[in-house]
Write a protein that binds this ligand. Sequence first.
Ligand SMILES: [Zn+2]
Length: 467
Amino acid sequence: MKKIRSRIGLCSVVLALFFAAILLLLNTYRKNAAKWFLTPYNRHLYSSENVLLTGTVADRNGTVLSYVSNGVRLYNDNELIRKSTLHVVGDPYGKIGTSALATMRNDLISFRTLEGISSVDEAGNTVVLSIDADLNAAALKALDGRNGTVCVYNYKTGEILALVSTPTFDPVNIPENLEEDSAYSGAYLNRFLSTTAAPGSVMKPVILQTALESGLQASDLDPAQSGPLTEWKYTCKGIARFPDGNVKCPKTHNSQSLTETLANSCNCAYAVLAVALGPEKVAEGIRKSGLTDSYKIGTVNTARSTFRFSGIYDYQLGYAGVGLYLDQVNPCSLLVYYAAIANGGKAAVPNTVLEVRDSSGKVLRRPEIVMTDQLLTASSAEYLRNALSEDVRLTYGKDRFPCAIAAKSGTVSQAQGESNGWFAGFTTDEDMPYAFVVYVEHGGVGSRAAGDVTAAVLKELIKKASK
Ligand SMILES: [Zn+2]
């Protein structure tokens, strides 16, 4: 009897250990199933070439941009839409590392722990992008084969409506020589997010803001004058002389008010302002403007703009003040800065995703609106908003654009070929809280090349909004 009792005891211990082990196993499975399941080695989800074989990507209107059918990742039927949305949607192999297909794999895969592999189908979840494919197509068409980037976004919500980067390619017909041909150099990069370029005169509002907020007076620039900086008159003689070198304007602008210096894009005036401020205040002003920040767009960190002010001559500081010298600006941070001017000093950080839905249409995730810090005071934002509106009225021509805008262009001469050009700004109608940035390489003068691309995209935007 004693023997039987001891055997029952032993069996109970073994059983208890057995159930404890089962519980441990189930708990480990519950915790790690998704991670194990989502590994790139899982051939239910990925092809041998690392193509994600589940999940759908759509634009804000429900236009399907990429999906999976019969074990193949496919794209929209329209070539212009495929090429223009490529950097946001992604190539099949995940080489465009900032795209939805590369960074949102966990969102695209519909995985339920208890059902495991049987819960996965080709449709998967749908990532609904904030872009409008028609706007992207209009932007790519307007770029007309030139390299650059275009972005339009709603600065109150952060939703990016158009985002194009070129050179681009067709994801269903990838050129065999893509990685060798210099025409496709940088094709895997989203220029808006991941690159920088010399800004030229689109930097001038940052210098003007810094001068306004530093308390600079008209008499600090010219002892014969008095009153605040806003009453300063500057006479451009086509050249501003400094001890070690000069800054030049393309022409003589003569006597100008502060607002007119911006509309005329007078290099001499902004070199004088930058030198009067000195390198420390200019650097601090640029830091405050957010240009040197890296913004987080989904899981992607944007490239930081870079500047150099230490140990430089006055004329070099002058050129830095007009967006040349060693200034390198990221298009996304420039867009956010102009959006902050439009929005009283701060703006929503851009986002490419509207929401993630499961196959029944239920919303699983919706990114929150993230606001920037105060990048400029409300009063300097108001001053710049009016000055940039005047810029359009006096210099670019209101009639070229389908709606009221405030903007600044930039032109950066190149050693070879046409200049690189920028156009940055925002719509001034409160019902249309949109900011834009356009950069065109070798397109010629910014107000013309990049300005025309802006006009074409805004035209499409208004056409879609009125439907
Ligand atoms: Zn000038």
